[in-house]
Design a binder for this molecule. Structure first.
Ligand SMILES: [Zn+2]
Ligand SMILES: [Zn+2]
Length: 113
């Protein structure tokens, strides 16, 4: 696994993260969206940008730009995680197909959502 240096982040962001040494996850301690992702409020509702996902911001700071129309998939399945080494960029289409597949398999296996 690729190692990413958390110390390259600004202190304000590091203060919001708890490193889990077992999983390697960087757990976001700040606010979360209804769907469970960490976010940072920007207070720019007027401009249509009210908030930014914490994992996307941290990925951009440490790994560089995210291609247009790309989602960052959490392969650690921890939505609060912001460790770029746990995030896999894929197109939005691929991403929803991937999750759709997974949900379909779970339904088939367990007969429920
Ligand atoms: Zn993780
Ligand atoms: Zn995903």
């Amino acid at each position: 696994m690729q190692e990413v240096d958390i110390s390259r982040l600004p202190d304000e962001l590091r203060a919001q993260l708890a490193e889990d040494y077992q999983s390697g996850c960087w757990k976001w301690l700040g606010k979360r969206t209804k769907t469970g992702y960490g976010y940072i409020g920007l207070g720019l509702k007027h401009f249509g940008i009210a908030e930014i996902h914490a994992h996307r911001l941290i990925y951009r700071l440490l790994m560089g730009a995210i291609e247009h129309n790309h989602a960052l998939h959490h392969w650690c399945h921890n939505k609060r995680c912001c460790n770029p080494a746990h995030l896999l960029p894929m197109t939005n289409g691929e991403h929803s197909r991937w999750h759709g597949e997974r949900i379909r398999r779970i339904k088939e296996t367990y007969g429920r959502d």
